[in-house]
Design a protein around this ligand. Structure first.
Ligand code: ADP
Ligand code: LRH
Length: 515
């Protein structure tokens, strides 16, 4: 077996972090069991990914605030690097992608000021309304391209300013989560472009930080480094980190550091205009564009324009996603009832269909103390039967998500004038086959599911291109197609289609606070 150069990706999600080694192998045709020497036309190039580390990502409440456990994240990244070497790999480079919007502040000595807030911290409640009133919703949207989500960096910083946080006065540099972790590894301070576009402080029209807006809101603009494009080499592991881990220096790359954009870069679509859904803690549904779409209709429909690889923009919407199910599971666990996701899917399958629907994007589901109780309250208020078992809860959540996907897919089509043949689903959530099935039923079209680890794969592809092992991302996508078979889901029957169409009418009548 001939090993090709390999790279290491860290994909940190809100529920777990994982490390994958990725290597391009040549597989002899007709010999799927073994990778053979690349001896020309009889072999196919594939991307082989090896999971070397995985860990839960659990936030921590301290006093009145919710924070990320940032030192734990760094420790686990170091563990992942060590494990990759222990497994015999010699990664040429390493890159980290994470969720958007969150950040750490460095003081003038380069030390972390306080603990980074979690985007579900309550400090940003009411800030969208306040900032909109100050700036005007049209300008706020035109100059950020983003849907108004309370947790965007802009609102977090404004909330800190309003609370008189001394950290803002002391801060010399703001680093978004992947940039912060890269700084811990290399000592270099950079801001990666795809992350910058999640802040609300980056003006996609001008392609620069919105200094005027920051000044108006009392946010120091000098703390933001100039954005660098995905694929930029940041530096090498510091001598201290190498000594601590007992590994040689490796290059650290800024891939598409925003997990959603790494995932989008790995969607194995056949046409440049495709609809996709990244399914994890959040569901991000949208499509790739050549430039941001900053029309009043996009503002009205509350979609975001987020920067992707190679200067693309992605018109997408944040949908509350499997967070709702994660939180029910966590609450039941607290109460002594432990279920795996696989068990919950089985129970949901046995529960009655299309009985109770919720609007997953009602802000009440953003971070309630007791998710099942919040769902019960919603059902009582909307005159629907209250779910009475974990299976009924799970079914209600999955069906409601699928109906929301239909709504958002159709809105994306209206906004772009495109028509998608179906929906590409990627991310951890596609392990939930019931969700994929429901989605195909709800949208009445085909679903292509795969790959599960799209964010890590997109991260690996950008690194492999930076290293010169891939000519371009198209070549990377050809590898993805050859390496990760897709699962296809189709709507089942005319009867099921009419049941889902009737449910969609009920769904559309439910009140919504986040359009
Ligand atoms: P994130 O990156 O936001 O942490 P992931 O992409 O890892 O999220 O997806 C996590 C979600 O995947 C979980 O909320 C869960 O609903 C779903 N999931 C994970 N494993 C399974 C499984 N075995 N069966 C069904 N669903 C699963
Ligand atoms: C998904 C995600 C999403 C952001 C949210 C904070 O992991 O990056 O794109 O909006 O986290």
């Amino acid at each position: 077996q001939q090993h090709f150069p390999c790279v290491l990706a860290f994909d940190l999600g809100a529920s777990s972090g994982r490390a994958f080694v990725g290597e391009i192998i040549s597989e002899r045709l007709g010999d799927p069991s073994g990778a053979g020497a690349d001896n020309g036309s009889s072999s196919v190039r594939k991307l082989n990914i090896i999971e070397v580390h995985r860990f839960p990502n659990v936030p921590v409440q301290i006093g009145g605030h919710l924070y990320w456990d940032t030192p734990m994240l760094l420790r686990e990244i170091k563990t992942g690097i060590r494990k990759a070497f222990q497994a015999g790999y010699r990664p040429e480079s390493c890159a980290i992608d994470t969720w958007g919007v969150d950040f750490g502040l460095l003081d003038r000595n380069g030390e972390l000021l306080g603990i980074p807030y979690h985007y579900r911290d309550r400090q940003t409640e009411g800030m969208v309304e306040e900032v909109s009133a100050l700036v005007g919703p049209e300008r706020l949207f035109r100059e950020s391209g983003l849907q108004f989500m309370p947790f965007n960096t802009l609102y977090q910083l404004y909330a800190m300013r309003k609370a008189g946080s001394p950290k803002l006065d002391l801060a010399e540099t703001l680093l978004l989560t992947p940039d912060l972790l890269n700084y811990f590894l290399t000592g270099r301070r950079v801001c990666e472009f795809t992350m910058a576009t999640t802040t609300g402080l980056f003006d996609p029209g001008r392609g620069a930080w919105n200094v005027a807006l920051m000044e108006q809101l009392g946010i120091p603009s000098a703390i933001l480094p100039d954005p660098v494009p995905p694929g930029t080499e940041i530096g090498e592991l510091t001598a201290e980190v190498c000594a601590e881990l007992g590994v040689p220096p490796i290059k650290i790359i800024a891939a598409a550091s925003h997990d959603t954009e790494s995932a989008a870069a790995a969607v194995p679509a056949d046409s440049p205009a495709f609809g996709y859904l990244v399914s994890g803690t959040w569901s991000l549904l949208g499509t790739q564009m050549a430039k941001p779409l900053l029309t009043s209709e996009v503002l009205e429909r509350q979609f975001s324009n987020e920067g992707g690889v190679d200067g693309t923009y992605h018109l997408l919407k944040n949908i509350m996603g499997l967070w709702i199910l994660q939180e029910c599971k966590r609450k039941w666990e607290q109460d002594g009832e432990v279920y795996s996701f696989a068990e919950l899917v089985l129970l949901a399958e046995q529960a009655a269909p299309l009985r109770t629907l919720i609007d997953p994007d009602d802000l009440r589901f953003m971070n309630p103390v007791d998710m099942p109780e919040e769902i019960r309250a919603y059902c009582r208020e909307t005159g629907q039967p209250v779910p009475e078992s974990p299976g009924a809860f799970a079914r209600c959540i999955l069906e409601s998500l699928a109906l929301r996907y239909r709504q958002v897919l159709e809105q994306a089509e209206e906004l772009t004038g495109l028509r998608f043949a179906g929906l590409h689903m990627v991310g951890g959530g596609i392990q939930n086959e019931l969700l994929c099935r429901f989605t195909a039923e709800a949208i009445g079209r085909r679903v292509w599911a795969g790959p599960v680890e799209a964010s890590a794969i997109g991260n690996l592809l950008v690194q492999l291109r930076t290293g010169g092992w891939l000519k371009d991302l198209q070549e990377g996508l050809a590898l993805v197609k050859a390496s990760f078979p897709l699962r296809i889901y189709e709507p089942e029957s005319e009867e099921s289609q009419s049941a889902w169409a009737a449910a969609y009418e009920r769904f559309e009548r439910l009140g919504r606070s986040m359009k």
